[in-house]
Design a protein around this ligand. Structure first.
Ligand SMILES: *Cc1c(COP(=O)(O)O)cnc(C)c1O
Length: 372
């Protein structure tokens, strides 16, 4: 029997919730509640309750969530926003889209997360906000980042696109800044069946502003207070997300078991998954290992692919070195070194012990010289 291991397996998950999804979608179709409406409102309410935050504003993607949140906290053209380069491009894109300037800081070598010391030295009189990214599903050091923000009067917008239900010191990601942005892209831990996103906040005024801005800056049906966007969430996505949210705790525990199993198999090779700081419970959106010096990553990925194993790299080109941004090579040494050495192994709630064992066996065969 040959085992194959896809990088994610959305079909396996769909098979477990097919009937619930069909009923939820049928309800939206029967009600023709296609844009926003009761199914989106229902999801917003339950997601806010699960996180323990007052407000959730559903929107069209994680990227539009970042745009809405940054705009609402007052980021204006020319403002500086401190963030990391070791993230998906959308984090920087949302800042640039507002005419603001992303100021990239390095990550910590152990956690791969925003380095608070680097943030402290990047603050200038033009800094307006900080965007920590809970990359791989691991919470950033929000106490340290929050203290810097408080000292300088800066806003904090979490990029929680990969970190639904992650906690630090028992506090939930999505409640640790002025606002937090979630993506429900299909492959995320909580994924819609299309594009969708949300912003959470404890601040009622921010929530009101974002609800207006996601819907053409509307105050009433044909009265526009501001020039906004069309960043609304579809009714179908709201209904699907409400179904999937009921399963998210179980799926998160399954990811934690998979990550622990990888570490058991690979710890002796020095290939443990990257973890956030003490007291934090990550949600393992990605299972990233750092390859030893001198390993040809492309050749390793090809060898794994030959065994039916799909892998990824998150991310091979840091934001500041993207052609669209064209920053200075050498300016972020940790980020740039990691980009060449990281490898993401398959992880999803439905991955089996046999699949994980197969990945680990293939990795060991490729990395450890075989006795003649
Ligand atoms: C996925 C992702 C986004 C963008 O979300 P979309 O829903 O694809 O627009 C932003 N930031 C990070 C860290 C992400 O992983």
């Amino acid at each position: 029997m040959t085992i194959t291991v896809p990088f994610v397996d959305l079909k396996a998950q769909y098979a477990t919730i097919r009937d619930e999804i069909r009923d939820a979608m049928t309800a939206v179709l029967e009600e023709t509640a296609f844009i926003q409406g009761p199914h989106v409102e229902g999801f917003e309410r339950t997601f806010a309750e699960r996180l323990g935050v007052a407000h959730c504003v559903g929107c069209s993607s994680g990227t539009s969530a970042l745009t809405l949140a940054l705009e609402a906290v007052g980021v204006r053209p020319g403002d500086e926003v401190i963030t990391v380069s070791h993230t998906f491009f959308a984090t920087a894109e949302a800042i640039l889209g507002l005419g603001a300037v992303p100021v990239f800081v390095d990550v910590r070598a152990d956690t791969h997360l925003m380095d608070p010391e680097a943030v402290a030295s990047a603050v200038t009189p033009r800094t307006r906000a900080i965007v920590p990214v809970h990359v791989y599903g691991g919470p950033c050091d929000m106490d340290a980042i929050g203290a810097i923000a408080a000292r300088h009067g800066l806003k904090v917008v979490e990029d929680a696109a990969q970190a639904h239900l992650a906690t630090c010191q028992g506090r939930m990601v999505g409640t640790l800044g002025d606002a937090a942005c979630f993506s429900f892209y299909p492959g995320k831990n909580l994924g819609a069946y299309g594009d969708a996103g949300a912003v959470t906040t404890a601040d009622p005024a921010l929530a009101v502003r974002m609800r207006s801005m996601r819907d053409h800056g509307r105050a009433a049906k044909y009265e526009h207070d501001a020039v906004g966007h069309n960043h609304r969430m579809d009714g179908l996505q709201g209904a699907i997300l409400a179904v999937k949210l009921r399963h998210l705790d179980g799926w998160t525990e399954a990811r934690r078991r998979a990550a622990a199993l990888y570490d058991r198999h690979l710890g002796d090779l020095g290939l443990s998954g990257i973890r956030p700081g003490p007291g934090c419970r990550p949600v393992h959106h990605l299972h990233v290992v750092e390859l030893p010096e001198g390993i040809d990553r492309g050749a390793l990925q090809a060898a794994l692919q030959a065994q039916g194993i799909a892998t990824g790299v998150h991310y091979p080109i840091p934001c500041h070195l993207q052609p669209a941004i064209d920053g200075r090579p050498g300016s972020l040494p940790v980020t740039e070194r990691l980009a060449g050495r990281i490898l993401s192994l398959p992880i999803y709630p439905e991955i089996t012990e046999a699949q994980i064992a197969h990945v680990c066996r293939a990795l060991r065969d490729a990395l450890v010289p075989q006795p003649a």
